[in-house]
Design a protein around this ligand. Structure first.
Ligand code: G3P
Length: 219
């Protein structure tokens, strides 16, 4: 399973890039608003593309099909690695179909049930993003949706990638991997939590102390 970063904060993306484990980035208008006061969305996305060599999702906000198609074309022209995010409703589905036929890569966002994912895949989307945490928030099993989508896509040999999104903690990442998601997109804090364990810190401290003791005995 690939790890992507779910943020529009370029400092976080630069910091995470050092580890060599992040192969893509997802953004949305909320993440942009949180990260970059006063900086154009396009500017932020293009800068992210200069840091991460991989797909970078940028979201459309138009409210009608023609508007979405036009916006998708424009966003896709920002950089060759840009993937256009389109939410899955009736309008979005038609737009996904139209722009996918033009070769524009679409990440279908705001997926909350497997039927939405199947429709997006049939329409030609490259990625579907089930939002796990937001389903958990309302008392549903968000990861069950990821599992169902993976099972359906496997059975019918869809080439569309399952991108587990709205992941809030490290356990979500493990569950997404076990569910067979192709990609997990995580906030920077979740990435950091993935490589931390208190026993690692305690163990390192003990090795350090013992190394000092052993060096003292030898001298
Ligand atoms: O990638 C989707 C993600 O940004 C949504 O996360 O935490 O706002 O549900 P969240």
């Amino acid at each position: 399973m690939k790890i992507w970063l779910d943020t529009a904060n370029v400092d976080e993306i630069r910091a995470a890039a050092r580890f060599g484990v992040v192969s893509g980035v997802t953004t949305n208008p909320s993440l942009w608003a949180k990260a970059a006061s006063g900086i154009e969305y396009r500017e932020v996305v293009v800068e992210i593309c200069s840091v991460i060599e991989g797909p970078v999702s940028a979201e459309c906000v138009a409210q009608d099909v023609d508007g979405l198609v036009e916006e998708a074309r424009s966003i896709a022209s920002w950089h060759p690695n840009v993937v256009v995010k389109i939410p899955l409703d009736e309008t979005g589905l038609e737009a996904i179909h139209r722009v996918s036929r033009e070769g524009i890569k679409v990440n279908t966002t705001l997926i909350f049930q497997p039927n939405q994912a199947m429709l997006a895949a049939e329409a030609g989307a490259t990625y579907v993003s089930p939002f796990v945490g937001r389903l958990d928030d309302i008392g549903h099993d968000g990861m069950a949706v990821v599992r169902d989508i993976v099972e359906i896509f496997d059975r019918y040999h869809f080439s569309t990638h399952v991108l587990a999104a709205s992941l809030r903690h490290p356990l979500h990442v493990i569950q997404a991997a076990k569910a067979g998601a192709h990609i997990a997109t995580v906030p920077y804090a979740v990435l950091q939590a993935m490589f931390k364990h208190p026993l690692t810190d305690v163990g390192m401290q003990k090795f350090l102390e013992d190394a000092r003791k052993a060096a003292t005995v030898r001298s």
